[in-house]
Design a protein around this ligand. Structure first.
Ligand code: NDP
Ligand code: GDR
Length: 368
């Protein structure tokens, strides 16, 4: 909950009664891959972090359980969770008014490109209109409270470039190829518009693919490294994939959340591309992942048409020179290091699964 010293108009870094009050961040999508890394990053910087989570019939907080402290331990808990949803405008405004954040990071999304073809209306509602709802909640919160120092980050995507050839920079035209990408373009322009129309400090981070051991298991990188682990310990033999020729600029999520924060520490708001500037095909990812543990992917991968998309994005490779120059950001983890980090973690996970399978507590077909 908001502290007394974080009331409207106060500067959250100003000492109050001799104490420095922490900056307050509000994160949507805190339970996702990026939300978990960003939360760790901000807690390390001394922030109080509030995350909006949506109601689910199962617990959806696995990625942040390791940093969760029971709120009954109020003086120790610096990460706090609240129920809200990007489809529910009233919940967004209510939590803004209650929390009085200094920085708002909008990471929530139906973020799977292939799934967006299956559920296009929902994807547009959450990804595009959801961003608009949050921007409008921030604008009206400022109008009501005068807290004009509040800063907003919008999670944009290299998918917005779609079929425009690489290298892609902040000035490259968008040509989205999915309902997800078209919705991210709308969210991008809503953010620019709120900056121009209302003077909101609002930034678009145009992030290229970033992965980690916390990546969702139905994105291609994690699907591959999970399979490598399970094949290695004998729990699986085949891996069904779609287009292996697509090229992506893959970085490490832990590096990318730092760039999000850096964007909000500048004098003026702007839009930034975040990328490694190196591109690899899915096939190259397979080579490194399987080769690392002495396997040949050709013995295991089966092409399944169901994983091809109605429209594909063939080639993404970022030009992040502006970000490197203005923010001083650059990636620390390279492609091979990233793949090996993911394989190492997924081999450990597969070994734990194997113990459960051997003890009869889990079916080998079942994935946790
Ligand atoms: P994830 O899919 O891992 O996480 C998405 C988050 O959004 C989850 O916390 C999810 O909750 C939440 N969410 C989904 N729908 C709603 C909703 N209706 N209301 C509130 N919360 C919701 O994505 P990433 O962490 O990988 O990505 C973060 C953001 O960055 C996304 O917007 C994504 O589109 C964008 N992006 C990601 C890139 C990447 O390579 N990872 C690259 C460029 C952009 P739950 O846990 O309950 O599902
Ligand atoms: P992407 O990531 O669409 O780039 O979106 P994904 O890992 O889903 O696909 C990358 C490429 O791999 C090909 N592919 C497969 N993809 C999946 N998911 N499953 C498969 O079996 C498979 N076989 C081949 C795809 O066709 C594609 O070309 C991610 C998400 O995080 C978005 O939210 C984010 O905005 C972009 O990255 C940047």
């Amino acid at each position: 909950m908001a502290s007394e010293s974080n009331q409207p108009g106060s500067d959250s870094t100003t000492p109050v009664n001799g104490e420095i009050t922490p900056k307050i961040a509000l994160i949507t999508g805190i339970t996702g891959q990026d939300g978990s890394y960003l939360t760790e990053f901000l807690l390390n910087k001394g922030y109080e972090v509030h995350g909006l989570i949506r109601r689910s019939s199962n617990f959806n907080t696995q990625r942040i359980n390791h940093i969760y402290i029971d709120p009954h331990n109020a003086h120790k808990a610096r990460m706090k969770l609240h129920y809200a949803d990007l489809s529910d405008a009233s919940s967004l405004r209510r939590w803004l008014d209650t929390i009085n954040p200094d920085e708002v990071y909008n990471l929530a999304a139906q973020s799977h490109v292939a799934v967006s073809f299956e559920i296009p209306d929902y994807t547009a509602d959450v990804v595009a209109t959801g961003a608009l709802r949050l921007l409008e909640a921030v604008r009206s919160h400022i109008a009501a409270t005068g807290r004009s120092h509040i800063k907003y980050y919008q999670a944009g995507s290299s998918e917005m470039f779609g079929s425009t050839p690489p290298p892609q920079s902040e000035t490259t035209p968008f040509h989205p190829r999915s309902p997800y990408a078209a919705s991210k373009c709308a969210a991008h322009w809503y953010t620019v518009n709120y900056r121009e129309a209302y003077g909101l400090y609002a930034c678009n981070g145009i992030l290229f693919n970033h992965e980690s051991p916390r990546r969702g298991e139905n994105f291609v990188t994690r699907k591959i490294t999970r399979a490598v682990g399970r094949i290695k310990v004998g729990l699986q033999n085949k891996l069904f994939l779609g287009n292996l020729q697509a090229s992506r600029d893959w970085g490490f999520a832990g590096d990318y959340v730092e760039a999000m924060w850096m964007m909000l520490q500048q004098e003026k708001p702007d839009d930034y591309v975040v990328a490694t500037e190196e591109s690899h095909t899915v096939e190259e990812f397979l080579d490194v992942a399987f080769g690392y543990v002495g396997l040949n992917w050709k013995d295991h991968v089966v092409i399944d048409k169901r994983y091809f998309r109605p429209a594909e994005v063939d080639n993404l490779k970022g030009d992040s020179s502006k970000t490197r120059k203005v923010l001083g950001w650059k990636p620390k983890v390279g492609f091979e290091q990233l793949v090996k980090m993911m394989v190492d973690e997924d081999i450990d996970l597969a070994k734990r699964e194997k113990v459960l399978v051997d003890a009869g507590y889990m079916d080998a077909q079942q994935q946790p």
